[in-house]
Design a protein around this ligand. Sequence first.
Ligand code: NAD
Ligand code: DAU
Length: 337
Amino acid sequence: MRRILVTGGAGFIGSNFVHHLVANTDAYVTVLDKLTYASSEASLAGLPEDRVRLVVGDIADAAVVEPLVAESDAVVHYAAESHNDNSLSDPAPFVQTNIVGTFVLLEAVRKHDVRFHHVSTDEVYGDLPLLDEIGSDPKRFTEDTPYQPSSPYSATKAGSDHLVRAWVRSFGVRATISNCSNNYGPWQHVEKFIPRQITEVIEGRRPRVYGDGLNVRDWIHTDDHSSAVWTILEKGRIGQTYLIGADGEKSNVDVVRAILRHFGKPEDDIEWVTDRAGHDRRYAIESGKLRSELGWEPKYQDFDKGLAATISWYQENEAWWSPLKHETEAKYAAKGQ
Ligand code: NAD
Ligand code: DAU
């Protein structure tokens, strides 16, 4: 697999994956990205030009997709509209990119018999009760958990997963799927929870927490997501789904307190804001299949250390995020968030 097409490779997780490929493999990478508001060409700066090429285009445009797929050994599909809050304001681009875009890619890999890896989310499984609501049974998502998406975003990702499964079964497409938990790390857009709170504090405001702040997310460093996807691409069984997680469950309020502690601020210096509609309560991943079958292990086991490195990255890269911040906060302010 020397020629790899990475869709959405100018976004947060896709660009981190491209860096991972350049550092750890001898692959030649073509990034196909529409360069939406969520992308950043800067995230690909400094990569060797003879290894990485950026093509600006839409995954839903078959005329762009077909020739790129035809010349590739594998496609790793990250491109998506990815933010739940945006999907509540305007679901249309989510249906178009996440469902129609995935369909166009599947038709191209079917035609040219190219290996396909579909990057998806644990949100397709809906949510779990909080641990103290269920006592001592720490139930987590597994590959067998029924689909029950809550938001327009997660419903479109669930739809795209089902398309991939159908193309494997009906047409013999050589595909795998991964469903990963919440990522953190460099180059994440300031609309997302951790970068939003870090940059709020850097700009002298209080972090803004939805609802009661007890919602739990299962955090994984984006480098660990990259190594897991590469492992699945190399060793995963065709037609299989693998859950990716690093045992990083934390409540939102605990994450915000950790950020405040890091900056030497009082832990209760929090702005409580309007809750997200349909807000999922808890996500938690059981990643035993990926670990035992393919031998994958996460490297970032210490969340506080990973968070500190991420905070330093945002402190050192203010020139990147600061132009995005004003417009992002204006959108949130209009919703009381
Ligand atoms: P992101 O929003 O940061 O990046 C998405 C990228 O896709 C952007 O560069 C954007 O320009 C590109 N894109 C959007 N529409 C496109 C189109 N029609 N054609 C071509 N490119 C297009 O998203 P992210 O957080 O990096 O997520 C990447 C993938 O990983 C998504 O599929 C998401 O569902 C999945 N995922 C994300 C997380 C997370 O915590 N962020 C966790 C699990 C899975
Ligand atoms: O679980 C994987 C998913 O993680 C991915 O599929 C999505 O693409 C990704 O965006 C992320 O979804 P979440 O909705 O969990 O992430 P977000 O960063 O938007 O919010 C994380 C939690 O923090 C969630 O419970 C909502 C809450 N939140 C978010 C923001 C932006 C706040 O309390 N305050 C905020 O300002």
